[in-house]
Design a protein around this ligand. Structure first.
Ligand code: G1P
Length: 294
C-alpha cells in the first residue's frame, strides 16, 4: 500500500473575513499565542510523517514563504547571543520537511488550489490541510492528519475527517452524507458544498482535513466551476466517492476555524491557557473578568 509522503496546504484565500488586518498580512500569518496559524498546520503535517509540504500561495503571500526561509541576520545574532531556541519551532519545521511554495495565479476555488499542487504530488496519494484550520489533539493522541494517513495506508481508500454541526451551520461547510461502518468510521455516499439545511438531512461537515488517492487529481483536472463560479473540491470528492470509494472519520481533537474572528479568539485563549508561561495569569485574569461581566 503506498505511503502518504506529500501534503498540500491551500493558503491562497483573500482573508476578507479579517479585513483590514489581512490587507497586507496573509491570514495564515496571524498569530495564535506566539506562532502564525500556518506553523501549527505545517507541524500537524510533519507529525503525520509528511516529507514534502506544498503551500499553495496567492499574490501578496510572500510573508508565508519568508517565514519558512532562513533569516540570516536574525539567526546569526540569536546564535551569537545563545538565543537560538527562540526560533526553534520554525527551524525544526523547515528542517523536518521540504516546504515548497506554488503560486495559484487565479483565485478559482479550493479545487483549483489543490490541483496547483500536482507538479509536486505527481502520482502519489496526498493529504490536504486547510491553511486556516487548527486542530489540537490531547497529549499522547495521534493528530487528525495522522489518523487519516493511517486509515488510508491500511485500507487504500481516501479518507476525510468529519464533524457534527448544528443545522444553522450546515450552509458554511461541505457536507457529507454517510453510512456508519463502525464507531466513528463511515463510508461517504454523497457530498454537497454549502447546502441549505433543507437540501440535506446530514449534519456531518468537512472541517478541512483530507487524505486522497491520486485519482482526485484527474477529477480536478477535468472539474468545472460550480458554486460561486469556483472549482469546488467537494464536487470532485463526490465523483471520487462514487468511482473509488471514500471513507470518513470523526476525531476527538479540538478544532479551531482560525480564519473566523470568533474561532481565532477561541484558539488564542485556549492555546494560551495550555501554555506554561501564560496559563496561571491568564486563567486568573479570565476568572476575574468573568465575575465583572456578570
Ligand atoms: C472550504 C471547503 C468546505 C469546507 C470548509 C472548511 O470552504 O470548500 O467544503 O467545509 O472549507 O472550513 P471555505 O471555508 O473555504 O469557504
Amino acid at each position: 500500500m503506498s505511503k502518504v509522503r506529500k501534503a498540500i496546504i491551500p493558503a491562497a484565500g483573500l482573508g476578507t473575513r479579517f479585513l483590514p488586518a489581512t490587507k497586507t498580512v496573509p491570514k495564515e500569518m496571524l498569530t495564535i499565542v506566539d506562532a502564525p496559524i500556518i506553523l501549527y498546520v505545517v507541524e500537524e503535517a510533519i507529525k503525520a510523517g509528511i516529507e514534502d509540504i506544498v503551500l499553495i500561495a496567492g499574490r501578496g503571500k510572500h510573508a508565508i514563504e519568508d517565514f519558512f526561509d532562513m533569516s540570516y541576520e536574525l539567526e546569526d545574532k540569536l546564535e551569537r547571543e545563545g538565543k537560538s531556541q527562540l526560533l526553534a519551532r520554525v527551524t525544526k519545521a523547515r528542517d523536518a520537511a521540504n516546504i515548497i511554495s506554488i503560486r495559484q495565479k487565479h483565485a478559482l476555488g479550493l479545487g483549483h488550489a489543490v490541483h496547483c499542487g500536482l507538479p509536486i504530488v505527481g502520482k502519489e496519494p496526498f493529504a490536504v490541510l486547510l491553511g486556516d484550520e487548527i486542530t489540537m489533539e490531547a497529549n499522547g493522541e495521534a493528530n487528525v492528519t495522522s489518523q487519516l494517513v493511517k486509515s488510508f495506508e491500511e485500507t487504500g481508500t481516501s479518507t476525510i475527517s468529519i464533524m457534527k454541526v448544528a443545522e444553522k451551520d450546515v450552509s458554511k461547510y461541505g457536507i457529507a452524507e454517510v453510512e456508519e461502518k463502525s464507531s466513528g468510521f463511515f463510508k461517504v455516499t454523497s457530498l454537497v458544498e454549502k447546502p441549505k439545511p433543507t437540501e440535506t438531512t446530514s449534519r456531518w461537515a468537512l472541517p478541512g482535513r483530507y487524505v486522497f488517492d491520486n485519482a482526485i487529481m484527474d477529477l480536478l483536472t477535468n472539474a468545472k466551476p460550480s458554486l460561486n463560479g469556483e472549482i469546488q473540491l467537494t464536487d470532485s470528492m463526490k465523483v471520487l466517492c462514487q468511482q473509488k470509494g471514500l471513507n470518513a472519520m470523526t476525531f476527538s481533537a479540538d478544532r479551531y476555524d482560525a480564519g473566523d474572528k470568533l474561532g481565532y479568539l477561541q484558539a488564542n485563549i485556549e492555546l494560551a491557557l495550555k501554555n506554561p508561561e501564560l496559563s496561571v495569569e491568564l486563567k486568573n485574569y479570565i476568572l476575574d473578568l468573568a465575575k465583572s461581566l456578570k
